[in-house]
Design a protein around this ligand. Structure first.
Ligand code: ATP
Ligand code: MG
Length: 248
């Protein structure tokens, strides 16, 4: 049976295709495909749409990025394959630097990621030159390298689809961490200051739009955002959906 274009399943198949293309183009590694599979499962459980709770987190993230002194967007292979255009847009609106930061680092893959971002209009990409490499404490060697001009000296860091060890290390290093993570129970989701429980493909478009709107307004004091409470609501949505499916 053909799936209608408007059905959420069609979007999920389109996203999968983008990731496979990213894999063939050298942006994504095998492990990235598996991590995506985990994300897809949680996307199914949250109903493959952006919830009110996620909208709230997106608004808090937009405010934090716009108010930051040196915000940085950390980019891995999956994020670049799925959202290259939105990453560049977001960096321009919020004045954020873009840094390539990989779990499975390789010079070739860093270059491929930098290239796709440049193709989408990025001027400067950090994290590719060993000249500016610095180490964040409390992480094992290969994964602790960041750019001196980027994550190392940032106050706010957007790290989507990130591993828990890294998020914990960034928090210990004093960074304000924003993430996109479809799994509200992951260590990253639980450790970040602002967790957007949504697919990056849907959520980044909304984040860009909200930033555009807020950039025109005078930003008052940042309203308090309770990440733990927000995460509990996302877990509640999953519970509700499971109960509905079980009773159907
Ligand atoms: P943690 O290390 O934080 O405990 P994990 O080991 O389960 O989490 P990782 O592979 O380290 O997972 O990180 C990838 C995370 O990204 C997963 O939680 C996954 O659900 C999420 N994810 C995958 N694809 C997407 C996507 N397209 N949008 C948002 N989140 C995604
Ligand atoms: Mg992990």
């Amino acid at each position: 049976m053909l799936i209608p274009k408007t059905h959420p399943r069609a979007t999920s198949l389109y996203i999968r295709e983008k990731l496979v293309q990213g894999f063939k183009g050298g942006l994504v590694v095998e492990e990235g495909l598996l991590a995506h599979g985990r994300g897809e499962m949680f996307d199914y459980l949250i109903g493959e749409k952006t919830s009110k709770t996620s909208h709230k987190a997106i608004k808090a993230a937009a405010r934090a990025l716009l108010a930051a002194k040196s915000p940085v967007i950390s980019v891995n292979g999956n994020f670049a394959a799925l959202c290259a255009k939105e990453i560049v847009e977001l960096s321009k609106i919020t004045g954020s630097k873009i840094e390539v930061n990989l779990f499975y680092a390789s010079e070739k893959r860093k270059k491929a990621i930098a290239n796709i971002l440049k193709k989408n209009g990025a001027k400067e990409i950090l994290g590719v030159s060993p000249k500016f490499a610095k180490k964040i404490p409390k992480l094992d060697s290969a994964r602790r390298v960041v750019d001196k001009r980027g994550i190392f000296s940032a106050d706010v860091v957007l790290v989507p689809l990130e591993d828990g060890d890294r998020t914990i290390a960034l928090k210990k290093f004093g960074k304000d961490v924003i993430t996109f993570d479809l799994n509200p129970m992951s260590r990253t989701a639980q450790t970040a200051d602002i967790t957007i429980v949504d697919n990056v493909v849907r959520g980044m478009k909304i984040l860009v739009d909200v930033c555009k709107k807020l950039a025109k307004e005078e930003l008052e004091e940042r309203p308090k955002f309770d990440n733990k409470k927000n995460l509990k609501k996302s877990i509640g949505t999953i519970r509700k959906n499971l109960r509905r499916m079980a009773n159907a």
